[in-house]
Ligand binder design. Structure first.
Ligand code: UDX
Length: 447
């Protein structure tokens, strides 16, 4: 099958590579000429496990092509995906400019019937708005064919986007009675090898499903962080509590890891957007407000522990900071908890030497003007000349530490762990102070 995809961000590019990999012919369209030129050379503009290899393989096989020419993109296929960004506007609502501009572009250029599939995370009612917009433009152009619009939200996680896309747990199709079910089945057939992954519903339910899924996951994290804060004060150990509740299959072990808050391009933005939608229909979504409030507070947790330890006397100290990405296996720093900790440390007059396996270029770009921020080539090098260590991202390789090196390198012999990567008994036994999240060790080493 031939498919066009507007937008070469995480969602569009991953979807394109995976659709090409299973044998479809895919044309990707983006307004960013340098990005398209880079993609034509087989270079991925984002770091994502396995993506570049898929791009190169399918480019070479002639199943993947890139263009900035919208007309070429519209003419290429009957099936057209919209996979452009829906960033947060000032007021928290999703900024739909890019989605509607692609819709308008399709409406102005189509010469035959099209199936438009919206993959961008969009407020409830967007598929209908896209449809109305396109149909109105077609009437004005005097066209005598129709364009169908369906909602097909994406659930991929950064870091495992290719894997999630190749082996989806479900594929949500939101259609308002006009969808060619057999066409959709044929499109996604290669992704549901063992059982049917498609769930059909109306477009509004599909759009809300995406927001509900992300809000539920974010709520699990804020919930465990709330219990962690209580745990610390009540003298309990959140890691024990986590295991205790996770063993209940109704609760499960996933997404109940306490830490210094969630970040990324989805959770904060999507909850804001859903809150905004709730406001528009006169509903006060109190639980969603609380999920965001708890997370905002949690992002300050590391710095609060640091301030408490130093009783506010931070100026002149140097901190080694492990982890800049909002989570492991990505170079993305959007809404990353590391930014809150880093900015608070710099504002308090400290020096920071940071290390991250993937996100240092991004950090250099964001903090190009920061005076007292340097970067190290390895986690060990970041410790040189530091008074204390701050762990922000749960990269696997931060779980293994050389205690004798830490004792030697850290002048104040203390670790502030925002992800509970280490065993408090062991750290304290090794002669280091240890602050983590929701464990008695939050008090600085009395385990
Ligand atoms: C998320 C959803 O998981 C995905 O389904 C959706 O399509 C997009 O948003 P992503 O933003 O890539 O994906 O990140 P995710 O893996 O969900 O992690 C989000 C944040 O939560 C990270 O900062 C992570 O460190 C944090 N987190 C995750 C916790 O603090 N505790 C947990 O138990 C899990």
């Amino acid at each position: 099958m031939k498919i066009s995809i507007f937008g070469t961000g995480y969602v569009g590019l991953t979807q394109a590579a995976c659709l090409a990999e299973v044998g479809h012919r895919v044309c990707c369209i983006d307004t960013d000429a340098s990005r398209i030129a880079q993609l034509e050379r087989g270079v991925s503009p984002i770091f994502e496990n396995g993506l570049e290899a898929l791009l190169q393989k399918n480019l070479a096989a002639g199943r993947l092509s890139f263009t900035t020419n919208a007309q070429q993109g519209v003419d290429f296929a009957r099936i057209i995906f919209i996979a452009v960004g829906t960033p947060a506007s000032e007021d928290g609502s999703a900024d739909m400019r890019f989605v509607f501009s692609v819709a308008d572009s399709i409406a102005a250029r189509a010469h035959e019937q099209k199936l438009v599939i919206n993959k961008s995370t969009s407020p409830v009612g967007t598929a209908q708005r896209i449809r109305d917009r396109i149909l109105e433009a077609l009437v004005q152009r005097g066209c005598n064919f129709a364009v169908q619009v369906i909602s097909n939200p994406e659930f991929l996680k950064e870091g495992s986007a290719v894997e999630d896309c190749m082996r989806p747990e479900r594929i949500i199709i939101g259609s308002d009675g006009e969808c060619d079910v057999e066409l959709i089945r044929a499109l996604y057939k290669p992704f549901g090898r063992h059982h049917e992954k498609l769930i059909f519903m109306d477009s509004r339910s599909a759009e809300l499903t995406k927001y509900a899924a992300n809000s539920m996951l974010a709520a699990k994290i804020s919930f465990i962080n709330e219990i962690a804060n209580l745990s610390e004060r009540l003298g309990a150990d959140i890691e024990m509590v986590r295991k205790g509740i996770g063993s209940d299959s109704r609760i499960g072990y996933d997404f109940i890891y306490p830490g210094c808050g969630y970040g990324g391009s989805c959770f904060p933005k999507d909850i804001q957007a859903l809150l905004h939608s709730a406001g528009q229909v006169g509903y006060s979504a109190q639980l969603l407000e609380a999920v965001e409030d708890v997370n905002r507070r949690q992002k300050h947790k590391l710095f609060e522990n640091i301030q408490r330890h130093y009783q506010g006397h931070l100026a002149g100290k140097t901190f080694a900071l492990w982890g800049l990405a909002f989570k492991p296996n990505t170079d993305d720093m959007r809404e990353a908890p590391s930014r809150v900790a880093l900015e608070a440390l710099l504002a308090a007059g400290t020096r920071v030497c940071a290390y991250d396996p993937e996100a240092m270029d991004e950090a250099r770009r964001i903090y190009a003007d920061a005076q007292h921020l340097t970067f190290a080539d390895s986690k060990e090098a970041a410790l040189e000349g530091a008074h204390a260590l701050v762990i922000v991202t749960e990269w696997l390789n931060f779980r293994i530490v050389d205690f004798s090196l830490l004792r030697q390198a850290l002048a104040d012999r203390v670790i502030f762990d925002g992800r509970n990567l280490l065993d408090p008994v062991q750290v304290v036994g090794e002669g280091l102070g240890y602050y983590s999240i929701g464990r008695a060790s939050g008090s600085g080493g009395k385990v």
